[in-house]
Write a protein that binds this ligand. Structure first.
Ligand SMILES: NC(=O)c1ccc[n+]([C@@H]2O[C@H](COP(=O)([O-])OP(=O)(O)OC[C@H]3O[C@@H](n4cnc5c(N)ncnc54)[C@H](OP(=O)(O)O)[C@@H]3O)[C@@H](O)[C@H]2O)c1
Length: 305
């Protein structure tokens, strides 16, 4: 009798498992069948906030960290051209002031995102001077190679990356969240990287921080799903900026203006995708999902020996 019950239980459990397995298989098949474009821009049901109205393209007050060069500066100029008030922030005050002085309604503010006090001060000043702030781009970042055999100096590099690329965005988000939550419509955009999804081994902590930014952004989006704030991830491919010395001259890297144009196109979509993944970045973003992680890893790391 007992055996009979046990067998029935085993049977029921195995039927349940099969059902769960087949649901998972159906979802996986649908995901792959939907192709790269659809899967990269997929909106996970758990995070979707369909009732949130679209963020207008103009009239926002936008803070961009890392606004003194590269992606941050280019975004600042383009978003300013769309009639937004833009605040650019970074460490090099003179560079920021020079850029801001060329545009009405562009403002410069100094911050070192590695320093918790500097971040809190920036948040306080912005809320005071620009109380309409409703969009934040966590974009400041550094990328330097690390040799794991370099002992303490490798650890110092590692910490610098974590403080700048990962703790920086987490700190600024925490400092501005109470303010953003009061805005009728707000947005946080975190810059990760294609290297968050397939690392380049010469830059181990850089890639780890970007994978961290990706994961943090997924959780942040989920926690904020019932607020007025949407949370986006910008995962650029290799671009022609001076993130590492000389990379702006590498022809194989994507030109910055083409990248920014494609990103603006993604931002114009309604609903806006959770992840802003330009065509060039899909090779990395979808590597794992499309079962080609190791080939992609090999291809990215082959040139570095
Ligand atoms: N270019 C690419 O290939 C690529 C690819 C994927 C992801 N990304 C990411 O995109 C973001 C922007 O990079 P980029 O290509 O535009 O490079 P970039 O031109 O070197 O810009 C980096 C920006 O971050 C700022 N910054 C660095 N450390 C900072 C700190 N401690 N506090 C405040 N600001 C700081 C820099 O300004 P100051 O020196 O004035 O502080 C600069 O404005 C980074 O997060 C990067 O990881 C870039």
């Amino acid at each position: 009798m007992e055996d009979n019950h046990e067998q029935k239980d085993i049977l029921n459990t195995s039927r349940r498992n099969m059902l769960v397995g087949s649901v998972a298989a159906t979802i996986a098949a649908g995901y792959l069948a939907s192709g790269s474009t659809a899967s990269a821009q997929a909106q996970p049901a758990a995070s979707a906030a369909p009732t949130r109205p679209a963020l207008p393209a103009s009239g926002n007050t936008i803070l961009i960290t890392g606004g003194s060069s590269g992606i941050g500066r280019a975004l600042a100029e383009q978003l300013h051209a769309r009639d937004n008030t833009v605040i650019i922030a970074a460490r090099r005050t003179a560079v920021l002031q020079d850029i801001a002085s060329r545009f009405p309604n562009m403002h410069a503010m100094t911050v070192d995102v590695r320093d918790p006090y500097s971040v809190k001060r920036l948040a306080r000043e912005i809320v005071e001077k620009h109380p309409t702030l409703n969009v934040v781009f966590n974009n400041a970042g550094i990328m330097r190679p690390e040799n794991v055999f370099d002992g303490d100096s490798a650890l110092a590099e590692s910490s610098d990356h974590i403080e700048t690329n990962l703790n920086g965005p987490i700190r600024l988000t925490a400092a501005l969240l109470p303010h953003l939550a009061k805005q009728p419509r707000a947005r946080i955009v975190n810059t990760s990287s294609g290297l968050a999804f397939v690392p380049r081994a010469t830059f181990p902590t850089y890639c780890a921080t970007k994978a961290g930014v990706h994961s943090y952004t997924v959780s942040l989006r989920h926690q904020l799903r019932r607020t007025s704030i949407d949370v986006l991830e910008l995962a650029p491919p290799a671009l022609r900026t001076e993130l590492t010395p000389g990379q702006s001259r590498i022809e194989a890297f994507m030109p910055l203006d083409a990248f920014i144009n494609e990103v603006l196109g993604l931002l114009d979509r309604n609903p806006v995708p959770d992840e802003l993944i330009v065509e060039r970045a899909k090779i990395q973003r979808l590597a794992e999902a499309e079962g080609r992680f190791f080939q992609t890893f090999e291809a990215i790391n082959r040139a570095d020996g």
